[in-house]
Write a protein that binds this ligand. Structure first.
Ligand code: AP5
Length: 210
């Protein structure tokens, strides 16, 4: 199954991508994680992306389209994939269509803006392996340490409240129109994000089946 997860920053795309990956055994592909990895490694692309990400803006289309074009050719995508955070603009969605990529389902996770800031302020991430935690909803076994790889957990710079507001603005202006784009294609399903992760997961799994 080829899937796209849509939703505002902090709506829970990454969390749900992980659950679907466990259930269906297909890779979760996060452009955000790939860009953060490039930043951590100090690559040319990472350095270019940093100023956009830190300001809550989108990285230029041609950069992320190039990343996805290459990633989807990998062997592990043959039986399907979950795109988390791509596409984020109409030109990115059109590029995916032009690559001849079939999309079976688009899940849009809806969470009101008012709840987003609280969720993101508690998020902690592992910059080494991309695992995500939350000070309230998903605590690591040892405080400040990644369960998966043992690296230290940090707060993303773009999770600071003022940058979250910029990311939400960018989302409403540039990404939200994708809901209409996929609704017209008939493969959009809307999931209302719940307070408990497990409840959102139950709704997400149902949206994959119907
Ligand atoms: P990216 O990393 O994709 O950030 P985002 O879309 O803003 O999404 P987040 O990772 O912030 O949130 P999420 O929806 O995955 O939520 P999560 O599951 O972590 O992108 C970062 C930046 O990279 C962008 O701003 C942009 O600059 C650039 N970029 C990336 N892709 C790009 C593209 N295609 N084009 C251009 N630029 C691009 O959940 C959030 C927190 O809430 C977690 O801590 C979680 O534990 C917690 N939580 C609490 N309750 C729940 C619940 N009920 N369900 C799920 N999670 C919950």
């Amino acid at each position: 199954m080829n899937l796209i997860l849509l939703g505002a920053p902090g709506a829970g795309k990454g969390t749900q991508a992980e659950k679907i990956c466990e259930k269906l055994g297909i890779p979760a592909i996060s452009t955000g994680n790939m860009l953060r990895e490039a930043m951590a490694n100090g690559t040319e692309m990472g350095l270019k992306a940093k100023s956009f990400i830190d300001a809550g803006k989108l990285v230029p289309d041609e950069v992320v389209i190039g990343i996805i074009r290459e990633r989807l050719q990998a062997d592990d995508c043959k039986n399907g994939f979950i795109l988390d955070g791509f596409p984020r603009t109409i030109p990115q969605a059109e590029a995916l269509d032009q690559m001849g990529v079939r999309i079976d389902r688009v899940i849009d996770i809806e969470v009101p803006d008012e709840k987003i800031a609280a969720r993101l302020s508690g998020r902690r991430v592992c910059l080494k392996c991309g695992a995500t935690y939350h000070t309230e909803y998903k605590q690591p076994k040892t405080e400040g340490v990644c369960d998966v790889c043992g690296d230290k957990l940090v707060q993303r710079k773009d999770d600071m409240p003022e940058t979250v507001l910029d990311r939400l603005k960018t989302y409403h202006e540039q990404t939200e129109p994708l809901k209409d784009y996929y609704a017209k294609k008939g493969n959009l399903r809307v999931v209302e994000g719940q307070e408990a992760v497990a409840d959102t997961t139950a709704l997400t799994m149902k949206a994959l089946e119907d």
